[in-house]
Design a protein around this ligand. Structure first.
Ligand code: CP3
Length: 350
């Protein structure tokens, strides 16, 4: 497999492949978002958040904003994990101050109203955003495509909203595992096509967000978290063997060392609850790791943030490590604290 020459210039892709780097690459989850005044300015021009995600020029512009300000090593496509249910024909909207609302799918009848027919047409603007980004990103910055993992996406599809400990999906999975499996399979198949199209449009690495993996007990992880991600990983590998995948299964703690072997992902995203020494000793030996500073340390800034960044880099750097937060950057984060974080990592040497 011959790779494009430019790949070797990108620190982020090297780290995912386990190649040596001068310092760890970094990016931050939700790096394009409400903590940035320039994001809020573009966001204010489109009321409806789904329409905003499907406006390729605006989505491209806000993806580039944090790169221009801070020089991250990777840009993540601006979109949302709930674009997949939208593509399947589910009604998805975002209510200001409350979060996402969907017409819930609770049974076989609701499932029958979803369809992959027309999926690509409903989400094609996302692929156009990726094409624009592939042309406009600086050549040393890698482009990450993404999707939600089937479990996490299903929790929103079934409850019609977030929160409430994902009870609706967990109960469906216990009461009617075969029926719930059909929903997971549908989302899995749509996600494979969706991520493959992002790669064809120019995405160089992919992240799968399983934000609510931790709401399942350990005995349910194999079926609803590992198996669907493994299926997505295998299908993509068959078509794009050189494109690395990051699996972010938040909140699974002691099961984290099994994620890479169980799914085939090259890199494992780590939330802030997992001790650095545990990551170094039990996850890093088999995968590149990405994470895991508490987003509130970037709100606090100053010495607390500085010392934790140093400790993280010293424990997990320089190789097989991507510096990130343990979850998305929060809206109240002062932009100058992100600047200090970026400077510290860029200047750090082992
Ligand atoms: O990381 C990035 O910069 C890329 C863009 C991105 C967004 N959402 C933009 C967004 C990504 C990768 C996501 C993923 C996502 N979306 C997840 C998984 C990761 C995580 O953070 O847990 C989840 C669970 C969602 C679902 C979602 N989207 C919720 C629950 C909300 C509302 C909560 C909130 O913060 O308002 C969103 C909205 C959303 N997605 C916003 C952004 C920037 C804020 C909406 C706005 O700007 O009006």
């Amino acid at each position: 497999m011959v790779e494009p020459l430019s790949v070797t210039r990108k620190r982020f892709l090297k780290a995912l492949k386990g190649e040596a780097v001068d310092r760890p690459p970094f990016w931050i989850m939700r790096q394009a978002g409400r903590y940035l005044p320039e994001y809020r300015a573009v966001r204010a021009t489109t009321k409806n958040f789904v329409s905003f995600c499907l406006d390729s020029e605006k989505a491209c512009a806000v993806t580039l904003q944090p790169i221009e300000r801070y020089g991250m090593d990777a840009a993540i496509l601006f979109s949302d994990i709930l674009i997949v249910p939208h593509g399947l024909g589910q009604n998805v909207r975002f209510v200001e101050g409350e979060g996402p609302r969907l017409d819930p799918v609770t049974d076989a009848g609701g499932l029958a109203r979803l369809t992959r027919d027309g999926f690509d047409a409903r989400v094609s603007a996302v692929y156009e955003t990726v094409r624009l980004l592939a042309k406009r990103l600086p050549e040393d910055v890698a482009l990450i495509g993404f999707a939600g993992a089937p479990w996490t996406v299903a929790t929103y599809m079934v409850a019609g909203q977030g929160g409430n400990e994902q009870k609706a999906a967990r109960l469906w999975a216990y009461r009617d595992p075969e029926g719930f499996q059909r929903l997971i399979d549908l989302v899995t198949e749509a996600t494979i096509d969706y991520l493959a199209a992002q790669v064809e449009a120019g995405a160089e690495a992919l992240q799968i967000f399983d934000t609510w993996a931790g709401s399942l007990p350990e005995h349910e992880l194999a079926r609803w978290v590992f198996a669907p991600i493994a299926r997505i990983r295998a299908a993509l590998r068959a078509r794009f063997p050189h494109v690395p995948v990051i699996g972010f299964a938040k909140g699974i703690g002691p099961a984290l060392p099994r994620l890479a072997a169980a799914t085939g992902v090259e890199a494992v995203g780590v939330d802030a609850g997992v001790p650095l020494a545990f990551v170094r000793d039990h996850v890093q030996p088999t995968a590149t790791v990405q994470g895991n500073m508490d987003p509130l340390l970037v709100v606090a800034g100053g010495k607390a943030m500085h010392d934790r960044i140093e400790e993280t880099l010293r424990t997990l750097g320089p190789d097989r490590f991507v510096f990130n937060l343990g979850h998305g950057v929060v809206p109240e984060t002062p932009p100058e604290h992100v600047a200090a974080l970026a400077r510290q990592i860029r200047e750090w040497r082992p």
